[in-house]
Design a protein around this ligand. Structure first.
Ligand code: ADP
Ligand code: MG
Length: 696
């Protein structure tokens, strides 16, 4: 919910200025937001109503009167210990709190303390020392009221479970009346789910396991609903928007272009081009996803397909995630154009974020004046005001790097252009179907001839000596090596530091061979210089952060070392190793593991030793790491599900999609009275994204 909505948190019971700030940190701004701050787990406190029992094998709750409190420092003085003795009927239980000195001012003999944790056998009998939550009561008579399933909320430093529970309990009492259902009743009935208010009641204050189940089920449907609605509406609007691009069906120039390439296309490339052609000549805008493993030759397919537009006197644009890649594509395309003497027909230009305002203005003018007809660029393409009056064809490379809204933004610049989305991170078929039901999929399932599989091995610490010796013998024969530095998601600064350190180390190891460093903080010119030096084999060892990941193509580099591979997703590692083995030589990829890794981590990495099939690998990723890897929306919160599990709930999402499609057939713009609440909620949730959809 947005900040401007009433009522602000300060007006809620139990919240002062300090707690308000803490709640903001959790993304909670209004009293109603509190109701949508969901428990991440539950604790069963029901047992405290019964006659007390100890020796529970699982975690348990215990309630008792405080009969003694000891507060002291441990011998090494670093740890502060409070020991509280609790008594209930005939039972005594010592409970121990570490480093929470302030508790000695709160706990007082005679009060009732409820604690939840694991009971262990200590030196002097049973005790509880890992306390996960606690609550203080005035009287024994208050215990039964607390004997319930207690929610466990995500917290931030300075808030306790106990406070959060109290705040949310109050908020629920206060705002429950204001919770309005947005689901059309027919929808609610067909899925047989609780009303929103009942759902929230069950999620926050379940009285049984069954309540938790049905609350969660209802939330799953509700979570799936809006992204699905978004895609379905988008699909309908794409289809119903005017589409007026017509392509020249005279194909000879294209055939010549293909015939004059230095290699012949693979069967898969030819097949995909045919699929694209069929789409372009149909009277609907194309929405096609091209999946092809790294090295399968997507770029040339994209180039050729763009010629349909260019030879029809239209413009094409090619959007890529990094400037290096844009420049590389530009260079390759320019080379082919020169080889074939097509300078007058195909006129490419790069449009990059790093250009000065003046340069950009100039490029834009030249594009408008039709001096260029093939625009290759990065995010700058859609972040700024660029007019593409006759943009017919849009190619989006490595789509998982772009957010949903960004894609929409560029597409809006043309008049419903044809769109080809390319990805090397194969999205499992089930996931594409469910999420982007309207996308047609083409698959490049064949590598150009002569390619050998990249040989991948995990290397432990005691084998690094051997690895380095192997590297040196390879360098001696003029080979080139990539070293990929560990991914540090939290901080680019730390990442740079690690890369610089690795650079110094490898420089020493590989003296006198030349080493270079490439990282994200460099500007495009610096990066470009480094990459050129690599392409010319002036740099033999390139130490790099993950900026190397996408698309870089240096056929002579066939050796890769990846530091801390456990920090990467498998698909990401597969992408990385796709940088090598691009020529006819065999590529070697070494995953350098250090320190202690769990069995699970090792097993996960071993998948890469066993297979080079990107689809198989992505399947493992989906199981291990969830879908964020594929959708490119992790940062955008578009598919941030708390209840839905994309690995197991796809059939459920599918059902929701059918129901939504049904709903939209009857009421395409959700204008009917009974669908108004749904529409309002949709608009409220996706305000930003909806700028690109016509939802008034
Ligand atoms: P990706 O699918 O990973 O983007 P690229 O398009 O970069 O792959 O292609 C990888 C390499 O294979 C490039 O050097 C490209 O020129 C080359 N290539 C593409 N198609 C063929 C082909 N049919 N025969 C031989 N080489 C090809
Ligand atoms: Mg590529």
């Amino acid at each position: 919910m947005k900040q401007h909505e009433v009522p602000p948190l300060r007006y809620c019971k139990g919240i002062g200025e300090k707690r308000e700030k803490l709640l903001h940190k959790l993304g909670i701004y209004t009293g109603k937001d509190l109701l949508f701050h969901f428990p991440r787990d539950y604790q069963d406190w029901r047992t405290i109503a019964d006659p007390p029992q100890l020796l529970a094998p699982e975690k348990t709750a215990f309630a008792g009167k405080i009969t003694g409190i000891q507060s002291r420092r441990a011998r090494n003085r670093k740890i502060h210990i409070i020991k509280v003795l609790l008594q209930r009927e005939h039972l005594y239980l010592p409970v121990i709190f570490f480093n929470q000195q302030y508790l000695s001012n709160i706990f007082a003999p005679g009060k009732i303390l409820i604690v939840y944790g694991k009971i262990d056998r200590g030196r002097y009998g049973l005790e509880m020392s890992q306390i996960e939550s606690w609550e203080l009561l005035e009287r024994v008579e208050d215990i039964p009221e607390r004997a319930a399933i207690q929610p466990v909320y995500p917290l931030t430093n300075g808030l306790t479970q106990h406070i959060m529970r109290k705040i949310i309990r109050n908020a629920f009492r206060e705002y429950r009346e204001q919770i309005t259902e947005y689901l059309p009743s027919a929808f609610q009935e067909s899925f047989n789910i609780d009303s929103l208010s009942e759902t929230l009641q069950k999620i926050h204050f379940p009285s049984s396991e069954k309540d938790i189940q049905s609350g969660r089920f209802s939330m799953k449907i509700r979570e799936a609903l809006f992204p699905v609605l978004y895609w379905e509406m988008k699909k309908q609007q794409t289809i119903h928007q005017p589409y007026s691009i017509s392509y020249n069906t005279e194909l000879d120039p294209l055939r010549d272009f293909i015939r004059n390439l230095p290699f012949s296309l693979t069967h898969a490339q030819k097949r995909v081009l045919q699929e694209i052609k069929d789409d372009l000549f149909a009277h609907l805008p194309m929405r096609r996803l091209l999946q092809g493993d790294v090295g399968s030759g997507k770029t040339i397919v994209a180039f050729i397909s763009a010629l349909f537009a260019i030879y029809s006197n239209q413009k094409a644009c090619f959007m890529v995630p990094t400037e290096i890649l844009a420049l590389q594509h530009f260079k390759n395309l320019t080379r082919i154009i020169q080889q074939q003497g097509l300078e007058n027909k195909i006129r490419p230009i790069t449009l990059l974020g790093s250009l000065s305002a003046n340069e950009k203005k100039k490029v834009r003018r030249q594009i408008a004046q039709n001096e260029y007809n093939f625009i290759i660029g990065t995010h700058a393409l859609f972040q700024e005001k660029v007019d593409f009056p006759d943009l017919a064809y849009v190619i989006i490379d490595e789509q998982h790097r772009f957010g949903v809204a960004q894609r929409g933004n560029l597409i809006e610049k043309g008049h419903n252009p044809d769109v080809l989305i390319m990805t090397a991170t194969p999205i499992p078929r089930t996931l594409t179907m469910t999420l982007y039901g309207d996308l047609k999929v083409s698959i490049l399932d064949e590598l150009p001839p002569g390619r050998q599989k990249v040989h991948t091995r995990l290397v432990g610490q005691n084998n690094t000596g051997k690895l380095l010796a192997f590297c040196r013998s390879y360098l001696k024969e003029n080979g080139q090596i990539y070293v990929v530095c560990p991914l540090i998601e939290e901080s680019e600064k730390l990442e740079l530091k690690a890369a610089t350190r690795a650079f110094e180390e490898y420089k020493e190891h590989f003296h006198p061979y030349s080493c270079g460093l490439l990282h994200g903080k460099m500007n495009t010119k610096e990066k470009q210089e480094i990459m050129e030096a690599v392409a010319e084999n002036k740099i033999q060892v390139l130490i790099s952060t993950t900026v190397i990941e996408v698309g870089v193509d240096v056929p002579n580099a066939n050796f890769m070392i990846i530091e801390h591979p456990e920090r990467f997703g498998l698909s990401q590692l597969h992408q990385l190793r796709g940088r090598i083995g691009r020529g006819s030589e065999r590529g070697y990829c070494f995953l350098k593991i250090q320190g202690n890794n769990s069995q699970e981590t090792l097993q996960r990495l071993q998948v890469l030793e066993k297979t080079t099939n990107g689809f198989e690998i992505s399947h493992y990723d989906l199981e291990f790491r969830g879908p964020g890897e594929f959708t490119g929306t992790r940062q955008h919160g578009f598919l941030d599900f708390q209840f839905l599990d994309l690995a197991t709930n796809l059939p459920l999402i599918s059902k929701v999609r059918h129901a939504i499609a049904d709903l939209l057939t009857k009421d395409p713009s959700l204008n009917k009275q009974e669908n108004q609440p749904l529409k309002q909620e949709f608009v409220r949730k996706y305000e930003d994204q909806l700028k690109y959809l016509n939802v008034e």
